[in-house]
Design a protein around this ligand. Sequence first.
Ligand SMILES: [Zn+2]
Ligand SMILES: [Zn+2]
Length: 303
Amino acid sequence: MTDGARIRADAPRETESLYGPSRSRRPSDLHGDRIVCPFCPGNEHLTGALLTADPGPDWQSRVIANLYPAVVEPDGRHEVIVELRAHTARWTGLDARTIEGILRVYRAREAAGYADGYAFVAVFKNSGAAAGASLRHPHAQVVALRRPPLSVVTRLERLTGTCGSCAIVAAADERIVAQTPGFTAYVPDGSRTAFEVRIAPAVHAPRFSQSADDAPAELAAILHDVLERLRATLGEDAPFNIIVQSAPHGSRAQALVHWEIELVPRLENFGGFELGTGGFLVSRLPEDAAAVLRAACPAAARA
Ligand SMILES: [Zn+2]
Ligand SMILES: [Zn+2]
């Protein structure tokens, strides 16, 4: 490791830290500060450079360079996806059609990252201060790296020929929350927080950006269903993360990784046990959380 490197490993723990010194200057409106939101229509001049063709003044979403990047070239690229025009919109209040539009942007940016030669593309969303967001305006982030994170490499080395996600979607497991013909939503064993839900395609596939063109519509429908169940269970303002888990570059990853969406409510904060051990203290057993979410009636909650 050379002096000045911005990505450094804690080798024994198989983790890495990305050092972005400008991140301490990020503006925030989630801690009581009054700021001009850079993501609102009319404030486009306050954001980083557009990374796609100019969508014009009536844009529905914008993909921009992060002004406070966690990683810069030659190591990688850090993008922001402004998902919607409306500053106060919440994902728990979106219809499936709107969610589909956002997922299509996620999919396009994952594809763009691999097309541009990056070895690993992380697409994720932080919603709420407890989930790591600094701005309220609905947005997601894309971190594209020239080398896959050490934790991802290590995980991949340990994967064997059988896929855990395939086993889940094939079995009538008590941890299943909802299903469509093409997708299964389930609470994983080893969930990191209460009510964590993962949504996996029924047929083994390595990467979201390689999914069929009609996949985002079906994924949006089941994600909308799960969000409604979470809203009925946890309330409309519960902080959460959404993470797209796709295969990094390489044929072994393509063969063994089953892509999925992770939806992680953040009602329980990570503390000393989590930092000390890498494990998690969770208040709900997976099968109990799945039963609660299955019983949550979104239609009744909306009425
Ligand atoms: Zn805004
Ligand atoms: Zn699989």
